[in-house]
Design a protein around this ligand. Structure first.
Ligand code: MTE
Length: 988
């Protein structure tokens, strides 16, 4: 019981909440799968319940038939249970390791004669997660009474009785009823295996217990070059202390200014309709409400084309883009689309009044949410997307497929992902003198917000003042998403001539904001008996959401690069398509497209291995890109191939791959209900230094200290730390003498949003150029040779007195008219996973993540980035699943309660990250490479390890065919893929 209680919520919640409070939640919400209820009810706990008339003793279950008004639960007593006579066993199956309510939970008390296994009296079989009215499996309890548990017929009939009486309540927010029913049977079977102990064969006993998660350990290996320090030195992130102590200021921490108002969105409640009536009069009648802003109030443009200049720069046709709207205008394109903003004195008042706005819809149509639904309407989505010319077409894929000795085809789907940063979306606009607008906004894109607001409220860009000190996480979600929110705040502020602040709560954010693109992948691959691919046709379809933005372009472009990964591409056709749906426009979230591309081709490799019954790594090896490949690869050089080869060698050596694979085989043989697998996934992540990034460096003649501001936004990735390290090295001052200032629209008006993992290095490059300008200006003031050298302060003061400008500005940008510098980040990851076949839960035992970071610029930061990116991918691959309302298209998994970002308990228990030693990158700054995103792609190994474990489980039931395994591979999907029939739940 104590162990089970540790699975309730998490430590802070358990410290704040009480068991009695938990019972009362269940009292008011009977469908709530309360663990506390199950445990106490099964243990026949006696409650003392008091009211004005006195204290009454009551069983837990009786309380649920009692009126609890004006009553208080005073105490609880657990009667002793003779462990020689009773088996007490409980289970909880959850979508992630902790902090989650159960799909299904159960508590069993089996009164058992240990000698005969007879159930001596009526057992207690309690389940949660089935429905608001179902708790006891009464018919099964009745059936089992007096029967011998060890009799195979007893189990068979008990399971059948249970399946007959367990009828889960369908609910689109919850797991499928088929899974929940299966879980009920699995849990009873587990309890029986547990009760019978050594009476059942050891192979089956593997089903008795749930997975336990050992403590977490980690290893971090990296290289440093002391000659470059503080560059390449493993320093803590500059903000680490203020962030962990809570001192760091985020936008919503800024105190309110006099007269400040709060905006709260009114969102559409259907996914595809005409807006017939939008009536804010009831809201406006509330005292303290000052305005209701809608599309009708626009001064400038309601239409956003964020980053469209980017496409123009690439010579692409921006006419293909469709606008994102700040507010719905005439039609509603997705459920959750902003219709208006209520502005009031307080946040609570604005929220209350927003609920009073009357919206009526006409021509409400069923929303199209999934790619499959969209393809029915737009089959052309399977064709090349017009938005992006990127594709791979080499040789003769059709001919090669026809001639290949073997051929397989498959489809699979990858879900999207919310950015889910800890800091909310927030924007504040303060109208001020000279027609200026002081903006604060949690954004990755200062220029993008300034441009959007300027267009939206017709204020010249030079009058919009925006500073971004830091973000509490961006992950790509605060680039295009921040713009309409800033526009709404600016519009309301100008209309009311008052400061306006908007802070999105999680539900609003998940309803209206863009998230990662989901993808549908289909392929046909021809190959030989050695696993060598002869021809490949792979089509992908991205879910654009309701409009086509620059992000649609980025996603596909990256996807096409990702699909090629480390492989030869002779006779390949890779064609990316896209469809429109009734969802918010999707956006570029950490590792956009690339993670999907790599996942797609790695799934194909596994499919080939499955067909040939080969080790998947051997298939990969047979297809590695080599110097003799017909289709050349841009910018991978000899050194790159050596780096990758070295990685493979080191992985097999330090990762003990061969030995562990043998152990896994033995484990799988010995265990029917637990399966393990190890997946090895390579990565090639091309980087192009294509962005324009400014920086400004000032030296203060007071004390020689240095300040720098640059075009990249610090969002946790350590950009400021890297920039400061570079300035300190260049100017020859200690790191603590460099202070990094917020990104500002004054110093950095024409940069580009932070993203693509290259902003830290391009900001550092710009800062280095600015430092070098300063050094040049200081050069004439250095002491002549033979004279004693001037200290840094003397030098700075001498130059300053002579009128030298000690502020320098520089822009890092690709050479005009020439392609940007490019390099490749290489990676290799081994993940060992274990699966509980009966529940679908899994455990990542160990992950060895190797990445080539060149000579890391800031190794502690870079290792953290690799770990963080991998963790982000664990969520994408395994836990973060969206569910939508079938009729409205509303996102139902829209808060931490039901959208499961992985926790530390979901991380590999043994997590080893190694940045490859002694590598170089001539086009990177100080030989470094980017680390922010690539490791997201390495999480593909988690998905594939789990898939292999499922395949092992299926083999036990003679299911040898390839099966579709979509991501995220939640326990629900994983267990359903195992396809365990009730007839397989046996005792011998
Ligand atoms: N790390 C933290 N802690 N928080 C973030 O929001 N964003 C990621 C990655 N690492 C992010 C992060 C994303 S999406 C990108 S593109 C890169 O950081 C940006 O890093 P860069 O500034 O070096 O380009």
């Amino acid at each position: 019981m104590a162990r089970h209680l540790l699975l309730v919520a998490n430590t802070p919640v358990r410290n704040a909440g009480t068991w009695a409070g938990n019972l009362m939640i269940k009292y008011h919400h009977r469908e709530f799968p309360s663990d506390v209820f199950l445990l106490l009810a099964a243990a026949k706990a006696k409650l003392k319940i008091a009211d004005e008339n006195g204290v009454e003793d009551m069983d837990v279950e009786k309380m649920y038939g009692t009126c609890m008004k004006n009553k208080i639960i005073v105490s609880m007593a657990l009667p002793p249970l003779d462990e020689n006579k009773f088996i007490f066993k409980t289970y909880k199956v959850t979508p992630r390791a902790i902090s989650s309510h159960a799909y299904v939970n159960a508590a069993f008390v089996l009164p058992l004669d240990p000698a005969t296994t007879e159930v001596t009296e009526r057992p207690c079989l309690l389940f949660g997660g089935i429905s608001g009215t179902f708790a006891h499996a009464a018919a099964t309890e009745h059936y089992l009474t007096g029967r011998r548990l060890a009799e195979p017929t007893t189990l068979k009939a008990a399971l059948q009785t249970l399946l007959d009486e367990v009828q889960p309540q369908p609910d689109p927010e919850l797991a499928d009823v088929v899974y929940r029913r299966r879980l009920a049977a699995s849990l009873l079977y587990k309890a029986v295996l547990h009760a019978l102990g050594e009476r059942v064969p050891a192979r089956l006993r593997s089903g008795a217990e749930q997975l336990t998660r050992p403590g977490l350990s980690g290893r971090q290996q990296f290289d440093t070059d002391p000659a470059l320090w503080p560059v390449s030195q493993a320093v803590p992130k500059l903000e680490a202390q203020v962030q962990t102590s809570g001192e760091a200021e985020f936008v919503d921490d800024q105190p309110t200014v006099p007269g400040e108002l709060y905006g709260y969105y009114v969102l559409s409640t259907v996914g595809d309709a005409q807006l017939k009536v939008v009536d804010g009069s009831a809201a406006l009648a509330v005292k303290g409400v000052h305005g209701f802003v809608t599309a009708k109030d626009f001064i400038g443009s309601n239409e956003l084309f964020t980053c469209a200049m980017l496409l123009k720069g690439m010579g692409m046709d921006t006419d293909l883009l469709t606008p994102e709207l700040v507010f719905a205008d005439g039609t509603v394109r997705f459920c959750g689309q902003p219709i208006g903003l209520v502005v009031a004195d307080t946040r609570e008042l604005a929220r209350h009044a927003a609920a009073l706005v009357r919206v009526e819809y006409a021509q409400v149509a069923p929303p199209v949410v999934t790619i499959r639904q969209a393809l029915k309407k737009q089959p052309q989505g399977m064709q090349q997307s017009p938005i992006c010319p990127a594709n791979v077409t080499t040789g003769d894929p059709d001919g090669a497929l026809q001639a290949a000795p073997r051929c397989v085809s498959g489809v699979w789907e990858m879900g999207g992902q919310d950015a889910f940063a800890m800091e909310a979306h927030v924007a504040r606009a303060v109208p001020c003198e000279d027609g200026q607008l002081n903006m604060s906004c949690a954004t990755q894109g200062v220029k993008e917000v300034v441009n959007g607001v300027a267009d939206c409220v017709c204020v010249p860009a030079n009058k919009i003042n925006l500073e971004v000190r830091r973000l509490g996480g961006g992950f790509g979600g605060k680039l295009s998403n921040a713009v309409p929110i800033a526009c709404a705040a600016a519009l309301a502020a100008i209309k009311l001539n008052r400061p306006v602040r908007i802070v999105l709560d999680v539900e609003t954010s998940m309803a209206m904001c863009s998230s990662r693109f989901p993808h549908y992948i289909s392929y046909q691959v021809g190959f030989d008996d050695a696993g060598r691919v002869h021809g490949l046709k792979l089509n992908t379809v991205a879910n654009d959401g309701y409009c086509i933005t620059v992000n649609s372009f980025v996603e596909i472009q990256q996807l096409v690069a990702g699909v090629q990964n480390v492989y030869r591409t002779d006779n390949w056709s890779v064609i990316p398509g896209s469809v429109s749906t009734n969802l918010p426009p999707h956006t570029a979230i950490r590792g956009p497209g690339m993670v999907n591309g790599i996942a797609a081709i790695e799934m194909v490799m596994d499919h080939i291995a499955h067909e040939l019954r080969m080790d998947p790594w051997e298939v990969r090896k047979a297809n590695f890109f080599a110097a003799d490949s017909q289709v050349p690869r841009p910018f991978d050089d000899k050194q790159d191939h050596e780096v990758f080869a070295r990685m493979v060698e080191e992985m097999f050596d330090s990762g003990d791959i061969v030995k562990r694979q043998a152990e896994i085989q033995a484990f799988n043989k010995a265990n029917r209900w637990r399966k393990r697998a190890l997946a090895l996934v390579p990565m090639r992540y091309p980087m192009a230094l294509w962005t324009k990034m400014p920086a400004m460096v000032s030296v203060y003649d007071q004390d020689g200290s240095v300040a720098v501001t640059c075009g990249g936004v610090e969002m946790g990735q350590g950009l400021n730390t890297k920039v400061a390290q570079v300035c300190a090295l260049e100017l020859g001052v200690p790191l603590h003498q460099v202070s990094v200032k917020p990104n500002s629209s004054l110093a950095n008006p024409n940069g580009i949003g932070t993203g693509g993992s290259i902003s830290s290095e391009t900001s550092s490059m710009a800062a280095r150029s600015a430092c070098r300008q300063l050094l040049q200006r200081l050069q004439p003031f250095r002491a002549a040779s033979g004279q004693p050298a001037l200290s840094w302060l003397q030098l700075v003061q001498t130059a300053s007195q002579a009128g030298v400008n000690l502020t320098a500005h520089a822009i890092q940008s690709p050479p005009a008219g020439a392609p940007p510098d490019m390099y490749t980040v290489w990676g290799l990851t081994a993940v060992e996973a274990e699966l509980d076949v009966l529940t679908g839960e899994s455990l990542l035992h160990r992950a060895d993540v190797m990445e080539d970071a060149g000579q890391p610029l800031s190794p502690a930061v870079d290792v953290g980035q690799v770990e963080g990116a991998f963790a982000y991918g664990v969520g994408l691959m395994m836990t973060e699943r969206y569910r939508f309302h079938p009729e409205t298209g509303r996102r139902l998994t829209n808060r931490a309660w039901n959208y499961y970002v992985p926790t530390h308990k979901d991380m590999p228990r043994d997590f080893r990250v190694k940045l490859l030693k002694n590598n170089r990158n001539p086009v990177g700054i100080f030989n470094s490479k980017a680390t922010g995103e690539p490791a997201v792609c390495m999480s593909v190994a988690c998905l594939l390890a789990l898939r292999q474990a499922v395949a092992e489980a299926r083999r036990e039931a003679s299911l040898h065919a390839w099966f579709q395994f979509d991501s995220p591979a939640t326990p629900e999907r994983t267990q359903m893929a195992c396809d365990v029939g009730v007839e397989e739940l046996v005792l011998a």
